[in-house]
Design a binder for this molecule. Structure first.
Ligand SMILES: Cc1cc2nc3c(=O)[nH]c(=O)nc-3n(C[C@H](O)[C@H](O)[C@H](O)COP(=O)(O)OP(=O)(O)OC[C@H]3O[C@@H](n4cnc5c(N)ncnc54)[C@H](O)[C@@H]3O)c2cc1C
Length: 225
């Protein structure tokens, strides 16, 4: 069996290489950049925007959601070239939020978020872990209480990238405290520039930081569930 890439795939590889040579303003590995650092994350977002303009950031997405329905081999070629240069080309929006919205989101959510994810217009933060909830994620305590058209969210999310310019957090919150602990948990999208949200930096052992976000009675519209 011949495992070689075909001509079209190799042509695409050349196109990606030329693009990187022209557009990549830094050498990720040599400069030791951290995608979750306040300053470095700006560079990453700028480069992701360029990938977004090519449609490459979301090439795996179906065309009906603005992707390219790329073949697996085309994705392999792209990911190989990104990995070879150490470029963080994927992100939580592309890999996690987008596909979840395609499966479970409302039409309004798809319209609001998918194009922005594809164009790297949102810097997402992942809000799963809490100070007292790590591997045992079902023990999470952040509460979301229904109040009119909103949820009122209180609790803390830790180890995330919120300190590094994140605009939105996709987060797990407890909406039914009476359900067994692995149930009664909901997935909501929360804008971080909102009253009651505090972002602190936690120093890591390798001269970097991660975020601790506290939600103090933060109103999150129910339409973001
Ligand atoms: C650099 C960094 C970035 C991160 N980014 C994010 C992020 O963006 N968003 C986010 O939500 N989270 C993030 N995390 C959190 C990460 O996913 C958690 O660290 C992880 O869920 C583990 O939780 P914990 O650190 O509280 O460890 P614990 O759950 O306290 O586990 C400690 C140790 O005990 C072991 N252990 C736990 N339970 C058991 C068991 N039942 N049996 C046997 N062994 C067990 C674990 O394997 C581990 O070795 C990040 C973490 C780090 C270090």
């Amino acid at each position: 069996m011949d495992f070689k890439f075909d001509t079209v795939e190799e042509e695409f590889r050349s196109e990606v290489r030329k693009f990187i040579d022209k557009e990549l303003p830094w050498n990720w590995r040599e400069e030791d950049l951290d995608a979750e650092d306040e300053v470095d994350s700006i560079k990453v977002m700028e480069f992701k925007k360029k990938l977004g303009e090519q449609g490459w950031l979301t090439m795996a997405w179906p065309t009906k959601y603005g992707g390219q329905s790329a073949t697996h081999m085309r994705q392999v070629v792209f990911n190989e070239e990104m990995a070879y240069r150490g470029i963080p080309a994927g992100d939580a929006g592309v890999r996690m939020v987008g596909p979840i919205l395609m499966l479970y989101g409302t039409d309004e959510q798809k319209e609001q978020f998918l194009p922005k994810i594809a164009n790297a217009e949102i810097n997402w933060s992942q809000g799963y872990s809490e100070p007292d909830s790590g591997s045992d994620l079902a023990s999470l305590q952040t509460r979301a209480v229904e109040d009119g058209d909103d949820f009122v969210v209180s609790g803390s999310k830790i180890w995330n990238s919120a300190h590094a310019g994140s605009d939105w957090m996709f987060m797990l919150v407890r909406t039914d405290p009476d359900a067994p602990k692995h149930r009664g948990i909901s997935f909501v999208l929360s804008e971080l520039e909102t009253d009651g949200v505090t972002v602190e930096r936690i120093p890591m052992m390798w001269e970097a930081y991660r975020g601790l976000v506290t939600f103090d009675n933060v109103r999150v519209p129910k339409k973001n569930l």
